[in-house]
Design a binder for this molecule. Structure first.
Ligand code: GLU
Length: 332
């Protein structure tokens, strides 16, 4: 008689990305070209770690990720997490927009169970693909009880990142992911976990946006600031129907005087304006070189532009005013 306990059940939600990519004749490669079953077969030892159930949610390179897929992914993940037989959820995803999807799910999934996103920088057919080890580590993290209540995590290159902190920092290298402000959630080496302290910020079961009941998200644009930036970029965004604009500002979220003036007009017209930074690290604080109180701006504090956009979309979907929107950036 076999007395060994049953393996933890993991629902693997596949969306595509380079982890499922294959080389094309002529040098390039195509995202989401191979099946998830083939991917799993390439990972030795996985069958001893978890009983894995695969569900294909999308079949895209993550540059094609959008709100529609986010909402579908959130609903599918929530359904899995609400199943008492499931120990955790793993999501395969391209690395280009991984940080946005991870942060969105961190805010909208009502769960204490582990949710782990995983991708790869090299396609499955590369000389030395990073996907199989990333996938092995991600499944190990998702099965581990220590991973619970930490919010959505991303596993890559032997590192465990918090969804809120992670950012892609390099176009091709396997060590692309960094968590520049608050640092890593931990390490994982061939399935052995070493966690650091949990985050003190709200997420998942403590999030006011979870579970996700939205059927659409408001339009929020990101506009990149630069020397000589013209003000008509802001006008174009407002005219296109944006309910919010995130400025990827220079330095500590700065923009030139003319852009400040047009942003302030946008606020008066009911469009929320959030100042973030294009630098990739550090804090955008209120009222330093720009009088945010007077202009009616919100500052993104530690959130990079892509993540500030996610939080602003959720805040606007609740109809929050400027002060309440600003508070979100301290809590989440
Ligand atoms: N564009 C691809 C994607 O994000 C490449 C990046 C990757 O998966 O590593 O899906």
């Amino acid at each position: 008689m076999d007395a060994s306990p049953p393996l933890p059940r993991i629902r693997l939600l596949a969306t595509g990305g380079t982890i499922a990519g294959a080389h094309k004749d002529g040098g390039g490669y195509e995202s989401a070209a191979i099946s998830t079953e083939t991917l799993l077969e390439a990972v030795p030892g996985l069958a001893a770690v978890a009983a894995i159930e695969v569900e294909q949610v999308a079949h895209i390179g993550s540059q094609d990720m959008d709100q529609k897929v986010w909402l579908k992914l959130a609903a599918t993940a929530q359904q899995a997490l609400d199943d008492p037989a499931i120990a955790g959820v793993v999501i395969t995803h391209g690395t280009d927009t991984m940080e946005e999807t991870a942060y969105f799910l961190n805010l909208v999934l009502k769960t204490d169970l582990p949710v782990v996103l995983v991708g790869a920088m090299r396609p499955a057919t590369a000389i030395s693909p990073d996907g199989p080890m990333n996938l092995y580590n991600a499944i190990c993290v998702a099965t581990h009880r220590e991973s619970a209540t930490r919010g959505v995590l991303v596993v890559s290159n032997d590192e465990i990142h918090f969804a809120r902190e992670i950012a892609k920092s390099n176009t091709t290298q396997v060590g692309t992911f960094k968590s520049p402000n608050r640092g890593l959630a931990g390490f994982v080496n061939r399935g052995r976990l070493h966690f650091f302290g949990p985050t003190v910020l709200k997420h998942t079961s403590a999030s006011e946006f979870a579970p996700c009941e939205l059927t659409e998200l408001p339009r929020v644009d990101i506009i990149y600031a630069y020397a000589g930036m013209p003000r008509d970029l802001i006008d174009a965004s407002v005219q296109a129907g944006a309910r919010g604009i995130v400025i990827a500002g220079v330095g500590a979220g700065n923009m030139n005087k003319s852009v400040q003036a047009v942003c302030s007009d946008a606020v008066k017209a009911g469009v929320a304006v959030v100042r973030s930074s294009r630098t990739g690290g550090g804090i955008v604080a209120r009222n330093i070189e720009i009088d945010d109180d007077r202009a009616g701006f919100v500052v993104a504090e530690e959130l990079n532009p892509a993540k500030a956009r996610v939080l602003l979309m959720l805040g606007l979907s609740r109809g929050l005013n400027t002060a309440a929107l600003q508070a979100l950036f301290t809590i989440y």
